[in-house]
Design a protein around this ligand. Structure first.
Ligand code: COA
Ligand code: AMP
Length: 628
């Protein structure tokens, strides 16, 4: 079938198209209403279907003869550990862990926060929560206690599941003190915490804590609780333009249907194939493509506790692919750039038999042309960039390997995935002609899996995503579509930056910096980075009379940001300025500053209050060798 036929079907008969995809899953009661479209264009999918996502992902495969096939491979170069779980073993482990949580009073609709490193127990925890019809909210292990506290207060979990530690390249991160601090900062207190003790570090327990293994030993396995297609499976927080992260709510029905479809249509993997998304369960890529999609499709998923380099070398990705016969590898451009820097001639790749690897997928940030070319030339495999967001849970644009592989255009994530009506609009909502840059917007209704609410705030979804361009979902990204319908995503048009594929809010970083006693005001902008794509840089104006040196201020800001947001912020530069450029209405010219810092062409709006400030700033940036 051609891409165009498939895509047109999804547009012309969305109900028929998605009913067919839904039939590929085992529902307790098949949905009577496939989609309900509201007056504002919003679509609600499979709302009255009865199901359980963990059942579809695990029990169903055991019941249909896949019980002895590997469901999960754990590979941890940082602890020199490997383990495997068949579908039967994983189902049993999940049923028992669900029983453990049920023993703590967790029932359908309750929230459970999971703050864990990349170990199988993190995946088991997610599926166990899903089995109970409860709602998980995984918080990335690299977030600092205040970030975790914000999520605790928003999701109000009954239970938090965590581990004693995570292992980073140069250090062991003790999670328990971070968790304790987060709970002390939060207003909401969970009833209990279940701590998985790892041998690398044993956590000190408090009266609300339970030892995971001890509790599990006394637990009784439980079955799957039926939920409605519209019931939430999880909440995943993501950075927006404001300081407070948004809790994206993912519904069970649309999520399962879209992910299952994506495995065949986009990734071209079949039941029994090995699929590896080298990410972290704390991010949407981990939720969708380490946990749910591979298991819904009956594949074997790889849980990797390591990095693309230094664990032990830049051959790590290729070693794992060869050792487990990975058919599709999915990771972020940052990982490939790091490998390319360490092993520019890809010599380590040659040590491994990559004959089973069919396709390499990239997402999380724009795949730059030199990296794409390098990877394609050295691996000899198709390198497929695809664009998506936490809000959608799966790709919006891709090169559909399971439908009709199309020629790759460097810098483009190819064409809209069936179900997504992608348009380029100007700020008045006018559709732009081919080749013209604008806001990338998705015409409503959105296809299955995409968010239709933000946890705990009924208006936030509409205000944040729908209000700007009525009838459309605003993606926050800018770009263009060429004459052949290829989509080019050029970057965020809001205050979100992308550091090593991690989405961060400059507003949030600014809040931390502005709280420093010597800082009068600041602007945080993204500075281009060879490996991480972007890193945050602050331009700071000191309070009158402050005598702090730039170096000392920088040191203190680094510490504050690590303690408040987390080390993943990779905060690298502080530049003290006499003043910031502003419009007459007082708006800081962040875009102009960003272009100057990155040596790009910049324009100075006519509304600037004093044109002399720009040459002044350029002079300071030159003296720091930030611009030449
Ligand atoms: N728990 C605690 N700390 C964490 C963490 C976690 N799960 N993940 C990262 N950190 C810390 C790191 O230890 C590091 O701390 P440091 O400054 O004290 O060394 C900091 O956060 C930055 O981490 P990272 O971005 O991983 O940088 P790195 O220099 O350690 O590694 C790369 C560089 C390129 C190998 C790494 O950035 C990478 O693997 N990137 C790909 C990321 C990815 O897959 N993103 C896709 C998400 S879809
Ligand atoms: P997240 O929600 O953390 O997955 O981040 C989503 C954002 O990452 C998008 O809005 C884009 O800005 C960026 N992004 C993800 N994938 C791509 C891609 N393939 N090309 C360009 N940008 C991407």
């Amino acid at each position: 079938m051609s891409y165009q036929t498939e895509y047109d079907r999804s547009m012309n008969d969305p109900e028929g198209f998605w009913r067919k995809q839904a039939e590929a899953l085992e529902w307790f009661k098949f949905p009577q209403q496939i989609v309900k479209t509201e007056a504002d264009g919003q679509g609600y999918w499979f709302a009255d279907g009865q199901m359980n996502t963990a059942y579809m992902a695990l029990d169903h495969h055991v019941n249909t003869g896949r019980g002895d096939q590997l469901a999960l491979i754990f590979d941890s170069p940082v602890t020199h550990t490997k383990a495997t779980y068949t579908y039967s073993q994983l189902t049993d482990a999940v049923a028992l862990t669900a029983g453990m949580l049920a023993g703590l009073g967790v029932v359908k609709g309750d929230r459970v926060i999971i703050y864990m490193p990349m170990i199988p127990e993190a995946v088991i925890a997610m599926l166990a929560v899903a089995r109970l019809g409860a709602i998980h909210s995984v918080v990335f292990g690299g977030f600092a206690p205040p970030e975790l506290a914000v999520r605790i207060d928003d999701a109000t979990p009954k239970v938090i599941m965590s581990a004693s530690c995570g292992i980073e390249i140069k250090r062991t991160v003790e999670y328990k003190p971070l968790l304790d601090r987060a709970i002390s900062l939060a207003v909401h207190k969970p009833e209990s915490c279940v701590i998985y003790q790892r041998p690398q570090c044993i956590a000190t327990m408090t009266e609300r804590d339970y030892d995971w293994s001890t509790l599990l030993a006394g637990a009784t396995p439980v079955g799957c609780t039926p939920v409605l297609g519209s019931d939430p499976l999880y909440i995943l927080y993501t950075s927006g333009t404001t300081g407070k992260p948004k809790g994206v709510v993912r519904e069970n029905g649309g999520h399962a249907v879209a992910l299952k479809y994506s495995m065949s249509a986009i990734y071209n993997v079949n039941p029994g194939d090995v699929f590896w998304a080298s990410s972290d369960v704390g991010w949407v890529v981990g939720h969708s493509y380490i946990v749910y999609a591979p298991l819904l499709q009956g594949c074997t998923t790889v849980v990797y506790e390591g990095k693309p380099i230094m664990t032990p070398d830049a051959g790590a990705l290729w070693r794992v692919c060869a050792e487990y016969g990975v058919k599709a590898l999915f990771t972020a451009p940052t990982a490939f750039r790091a490998v390319k820097k360490e092993d520019p001639d890809a010599l380590l790749m040659q040590n491994y038999d990559l004959s089973q690897l069919q396709t390499i997928f990239s997402a999380g940030e724009r795949l730059d042309a030199p990296t794409e070319t390098w990877l394609g030339e050295h691996s000899g495999k198709p390198v497929i960039d695809h664009w998506w967001q936490t809000e959608t849970g799966w790709a919006i644009t891709a090169n559909l390997q399971g439908v009709e592989p199309m020629p790759v255009k460097l810098g483009s994530s190819t064409k809209p995935v069936p179900g997504f009506n992608v348009q380029i609009l100007d700020e008045h909502g006018e559709v732009q002609p081919a080749g013209t840059q604008g806001y990338i917007a998705l015409k409503l209704p959105l296809p299955p899996s995409c968010l239709n609410r933000v946890w705990g705030d009924d208006n936030k979804f509409r205000d944040s995503y729908l209000a700007f361009l009525p009838g459309y979902y605003t993606s926050g990204d800018g770009g263009y579509i060429d004459e052949e319908g290829y989509v080019f995503v050029m970057g965020r048009v809001d205050d979100v930056i992308n550091v090593a594929g991690h989405r961060l809010s400059t507003g949030e970083i600014e809040e931390v910096i502005a709280s420093h006693p010597d800082v009068a005001e600041c602007a945080v902008i993204a500075r281009d980075d060879e490996i991480k794509g972007q890193t945050p840089m602050a331009l700071v104006v000191l309070k009158t009379g402050s005598a702090i040196s730039e170096a000392e201020l920088h040191k203190q800001l680094v510490a504050r940001i690590r303690e408040t947001i987390g080390a993943i912020t990779c905060y690298k530069d502080t530049v003290v300025l006499a003043r910031l450029p502003k419009t007459r209405s007082g708006k800081t010219l962040r875009k102009t500053l960003c272009n100057i810092v990155n040596g790009r062409e910049y324009s100075v709006p006519s509304t600037i209050d004093d044109t002399a400030v720009i040459p002044e700033i350029i002079e300071v940036l030159r003296s720091r060798q930030i611009v030449i």
